[in-house]
Design a protein around this ligand. Structure first.
Ligand code: 13P
Ligand code: SF4
Length: 401
């Protein structure tokens, strides 16, 4: 690459996706690793044929971050809460093909019957956030909370983006799972278990510090000082006994490697460059970013909000790029831009592509089950109690008052 040191750097263009865009400079398109076209044009026909042959025996779930080529074959799409509910609501389907990431497929396995099999088309579709909390680290943290005398008034609340083992830990310790669409309700419930918000009870929030902080401070009215971060790589989580005793939210030091990259500068640039723009972000974004947004919500809420907005509204969206590009295509009367030039697709979500989906479906047609996700029965039973608590929470969508 050649650079002209004499010339002032050109400001980065913030171009809208959709109508009248410049595909060479459009945000997100310039990121390395842009998706190649489906490798084999026959794959679409093969996927259709395999699905038709399988009929009602297979139910395909697609998370909103999946590629278009995969979403096309999903029987339902949704955020992680909706997909968990949808998986549980199809006891008649012997095979659930989960187009999403590993923790979602595990949750579907836990919520479906022993006769049903959940398939993840590519086992490498993990989640970097879920990997930031290992069960041994979480058990160790709890032992230290016990030693510090605070575990008795602490309830674990675990984000769906976590391993089955950590969901099981949560179930064993009387806690609940939450997703980005019900985190506020889950936290309300959890604090009620330990004397309410006015008392001195605590929540251990795993593994996304940002969702925990955003919900506690912005929706429950706790302060930033009420939140401490437990670093599993430091002795005692890097916290003093006093900090632990004073804290109301003990946030695990985990984050999403995609959403963690949306920046305050990107929000400010969007506001400068797009008159009247509305900024909508996922609550996995950092607190400073969420504070500067107009709207915050799960993937499902982002879609609903943009769908309900008047024509001609301008949006910049801080969430995964597959979804943002699809929104731009689906709502051409809105001006929809991607928030951050330095953010790429979620690489693990993108592991599920048409070749893997076709392989999973055609294998089923041939009577072979590939990549089944089977959670150990004891782990599943404990995790189920935490998931059932979530499914029983009053209301399903957290809204700001
Ligand atoms: P949603 O629950 O909003 O679908 O989010 C899941 C996820 O992984 C976001 O990164
Ligand atoms: Fe995990 Fe982030 Fe990808 Fe969601 S977007 S699956 S939290 S890495």
């Amino acid at each position: 690459m050649t650079t002209d040191t004499a010339a002032a750097p050109a400001p980065l263009p913030l171009l809208v996706l959709g109508h009248g865009t410049d595909l060479h400079t459009e945000r997100g398109v310039e990121c390395p690793g842009d998706l190649p076209a489906a490798s084999d044009p026959d794959l679409v026909a093969r996927a259709r044929a395999a699905k038709a042959a399988l009929g009602d025996s297979v139910f395909v779930l697609g998370h909103h971050y999946q590629r278009d080529e995969v979403i096309e074959f999903a029987d339902v799409t949704g955020d992680s809460f909706k997909l968990a509910r949808d998986a549980a609501a199809r006891p008649d389907a012997p095979y659930i093909v989960f187009c999403g990431v590993h923790f979602m497929a595990e949750s579907a396995d836990i919520l479906t019957s022993a006769e049903q099999t959940v398939i993840l088309p590519d086992l490498a579709a993990g989640c970097s956030m879920a990997d930031m909390a290992a069960i041994a680290q979480v058990e160790d943290c709890w032992e230290q909370l016990e030693a510090a005398g605070v575990a008795g008034r602490t309830v674990p609340v675990t984000y769906m983006n976590s391993s089955a083992a950590i969901k099981a830990f949560t179930g064993r310790h009387g806690g609940t799972i939450c997703t980005s669409s019900n985190a506020r309700t889950a936290l309300d419930w959890a604090f009620e278990q330990v004397g309410g918000l006015e008392g001195d009870g605590k929540v251990l929030f795993l593994p996304d510090q940002h969702l925990g902080r955003n919900t506690a401070v912005r929706e429950l009215g706790l302060t930033l000082d009420d939140c401490v971060v437990w670093d599993p790589h430091r002795p005692g989580g890097g916290l003093t006994a006093q900090q632990l005793a004073d804290a109301r939210m003990i946030l695990w030091r985990g984050h999403c490697s995609v959403h963690g990259r949306f920046s305050v500068e990107a929000v400010e640039t969007a506001r400068r460059e797009i008159p009247g723009v509305k900024v909508i972000v996922h609550p996995e974004c950092r607190y400073e970013v969420v504070e500067r947004a107009d709207e915050v919500g799960s993937t499902e809420k982002i879609i609903q909000t943009i769908a309900a907005a008047p024509d001609g509204t301008s949006w910049v969206v801080g969430t995964e790029l597959n979804l943002v590009r699809r929104l731009a295509a689906q709502f051409p009367k809105q001006r929809i831009a991607f928030l951050e030039k330095n953010v790429c697709y979620c690489s693990t979500m993108n592991r599920i592509d048409l070749p893997h989906l076709v392989w999973a479906l055609e294998s089923l047609v041939e009577g072979r089950v590939v990549n089944p996700i089977r959670v150990d029965p004891q782990v599943a039973a404990d995790a189920r109690s935490a998931l059932d608590r979530m499914l029983a929470l009053p209301g399903t969508t957290a809204k700001k008052d």
